[in-house]
Ligand binder design. Sequence first.
Ligand SMILES: Nc1nc2c(ncn2[C@@H]2O[C@H](COP(=O)(O)OP(=O)(O)OP(=O)(O)O)[C@@H](O)[C@H]2O)c(=O)[nH]1
Ligand SMILES: [Mg+2]
Ligand SMILES: [Zn+2]
Length: 346
Amino acid sequence: MSPRERHEWEEELSPAVSVKAVRRKLGAQQRFRARVLEGTGKRWLVELEDGRLWECAVAGAVELEEESPTLVAVGDFVECVPRQGTGVSGLPQGLIVRREARHTKLARYRRREGKEQVVVSNVDQLAILLAAAEPRYDRFLIDRYLIAAEKGELAPLLCINKIDLGDAEQIRADLRFYAEVLGIPVLLLSALTGEGLEEFRSLLAGKATVLSGPSGVGKSTLTNLLVGEEVQRIGEISLKLGQGRHVTTMARMFRLPQGGYIVDTPGIRDLTIWELTRAELPGYFHEFDDWAQGCRYQPCSHIHEPECAVRKAVQEGKLDRQRYENYCRLWMSLPEHVYQWRGRVR
Ligand SMILES: Nc1nc2c(ncn2[C@@H]2O[C@H](COP(=O)(O)OP(=O)(O)OP(=O)(O)O)[C@@H](O)[C@H]2O)c(=O)[nH]1
Ligand SMILES: [Mg+2]
Ligand SMILES: [Zn+2]
């Protein structure tokens, strides 16, 4: 493509043009359905249905089956048309012209930008990956992840890596509630000794799973083991902080040898749930359901109302105290009214 032609092409696809104009320009070209594996916002690696990889830019106007503040995310199913030449990666180039609706998502609320950010879409499971130590897991984070999973329609798995550094008995007891009351698989793993890896592999087979958790817990180490290749760089634990230093900087999706996909993601510092109000919160603490009917006030926030059956059950040791404390902490942090994204995509 000559520089002159390229210039015209870019102009045609600038954000100002309409979907119709792009259709007119590209109408005759065959479209290929593909899945987004990784990307930086400007350039996306996609896998075509026949397994070919393309490096894609996003067309100035993309047909969207469903709007979202996140135009394209890892896991999205898209339609692409070919472009001439090869990209910076050396792969054939393409252009994303359409994005399908997302069936599931792992998202978070970006306070700075004031909107929801989709980290990964269309996967089946969320493996909440934490560590027995360095850094030690925090149950408050688990409880927020479970809400994110339910909102995004992802099946949660609770994985505690680095069990070689912790007391397995004590951790199992601490997390018994999740397995026994909520029925969530709890896996104790060690990428170092291989403990728990067979069970983990069997839960991942044939499914698409996103690994998410704080920096330094071993997401990339486990990804390499599961993929069977050194596809991801591993970080060192900072001695001073006892945690990782955000080695992984973007979400990347890989095929698993036993079928299915795994998505390695950057470590999170904090997880803020998107579009969640105080009034909705009790609905995510399912163990409260049976007790809540006995509260004097309906609805009851289980925080300050008199004759609250949930609080009574906590006092009597019939409900998990730590869960209730996390509920209160989360309730305090939430707005009365829901944040609503009302913008348009271009
Ligand atoms: N003792 C022990 N160390 C582990 C285990 N798994 C990973 N590590 C170490 O933990 C450190 C961080 O591992 P990474 O895989 O880079 O962690 P990450 O979760 O990908 O971190 P970010 O990319 O920053 O989010 C490395 O030094 C690993 O060697 C384990 O099971 N036991
Ligand atoms: Mg990593
Ligand atoms: Zn109550």
